[in-house]
Write a protein that binds this ligand. Structure first.
Ligand code: ADP
Ligand code: MG
Length: 347
């Protein structure tokens, strides 16, 4: 797919989550460089350099990162196949059939997804494709013909939920093959895809010696190192009640910040909003929070946790974070109350 991209001046871009603060008047201000991409993960991605690198070096780094984003975009796509690529669409279409040989990157990712299932007690389950498809189809239908908007029937949800067993995903590391044993089961990696790809791109940039970059992949933020002055970046966490405003601000330095929110994707039936994060125990949109933001170095972990914590009570979620190192969380409930992990510093 041809990349649609464009250079732009950072100060002209509206709606950015990342912004500069606290530069002393005497400090030399390097103008950040930015690149936007519109073709990955059904969202907009930005790469920014706050380093004093040349335009040439910046473009080479963007090419390095965007090639990785494109590779994972293709591997994770459940709606389209690409020539020469065995991706999740191929694996889903082959459910119940033979094991398929896939790229080692996909094996590594699926093993990670299984680990995240175990870590989150099954709250983040990439094998929920059958249930998520019902909600996805209703959302699509509602956007095309709002007057016919409806939610999936309980019967359909219960039937689909019978085909979400994580063990139906068989991975043979030695042979590099994957097989879904249940013909009615399917993968949907929306909860983890952007964070995982972002982290892979960030690691490649780090390996190339990059410092002072910010990746914003559809709101999935990964900062690499610090700005030239040694400071981090201030990021606003959207107010779910009014997404033009921020509910909180945090400082990010060589870490990532990922939010799952009920305002991102939803549809309305009889005045009730149904959003896209589905609680595996009820098969309904999770109702505890309006948003959950996770700040931790590994963007894949941040993404998996943001979805999982969204489906858990605050108490259970806090207990999970206590078992993990350097994971900070801001929970915002549906009535606007904020809870945070003790280590999270709000500005
Ligand atoms: P976003 O994609 O808006 O950044 P998330 O990271 O929370 O938000 O991912 C939501 C997506 O994950 C949904 O669109 C759906 O594809 C998938 N999903 C929803 N609920 C779950 C769940 N409990 N476990 C695994 N995947 C889920
Ligand atoms: Mg997520």
């Amino acid at each position: 797919m041809k990349k649609l991209k464009r250079l732009f001046c950072l100060c002209l871009v509206t709606g950015l989550l990342i912004f500069l603060v606290g530069c002393p008047a005497t400090a030399p201000k390097a103008e950040p460089k930015g690149m936007a991409y519109f073709t990955y993960f059904d969202t907009v991605s930005y790469i920014y350099s706050y380093a004093s690198d040349s335009q040439e070096a910046f473009e080479a780094n963007c090419a390095l990162a965007s090639d990785i984003l494109e590779k994972y975009h293709q591997l994770f796509d459940i709606y389209h196949e690409y020539s020469g690529v065995v991706n999740l669409a191929t694996i889903n279409a082959n459910a119940g059939g033979e094991a398929l040989e896939v790229a080692p990157e996909l094996i590594a990712f699926l093993l990670d997804a299984k680990e995240m299932y175990a870590l989150t007690g099954g709250e983040m389950n990439v094998m929920m494709g059958s249930v998520l498809k019902l909600w996805h189809d209703c959302r699509e239908n509602a956007s095309k013909t709002p007057e016919n908007a409806a939610i999936p029937t309980q019967e359909a949800l219960t039937l689909a939920a019978g085909h979400t067993d994580i063990d139906a995903l068989e991975i043979d590391e030695a042979k590099n093959t994957v097989r879904i044993t249940d013909p009615e089961a399917s993968l949907d990696v929306g909860a983890l895809a952007k964070g995982y790809a972002t982290e892979q791109a960030a690691q490649a940039l780090k390996d190339a010696g990059v410092d002072g970059y910010v990746l914003n992949i559809g709101g999935n933020i990964r900062t690499i190192g610090t700005k030239a002055d040694g400071n981090g970046w201030t990021t606003g966490i959207k107010d779910p009640q009014n997404t033009d405003q921020f509910a909180a601000r945090v400082m990010l330095q060589d870490t990532s910040c990922v939010t799952s929110g009920n305002y991102e994707r939803y549809f309305t039936v009889n005045g009730v909003r149904y959003h896209h994060i589905i609680d595996p125990t009820t098969n309904m949109p999770a109702g505890h929070f309006s948003s959950v933001t996770v700040i931790t170095a590994d963007s894949a972990l941040a993404d998996a946790l943001s979805t999982a914590l969204f489906c858990m009570t605050y108490e259970d979620g806090l207990a999970l974070t206590e078992k993990l190192d350097n994971v900070e969380v801001l929970w915002i409930t549906t009535d606007g109350t904020q809870y945070k992990t003790p280590g999270l510093e709000l500005l």
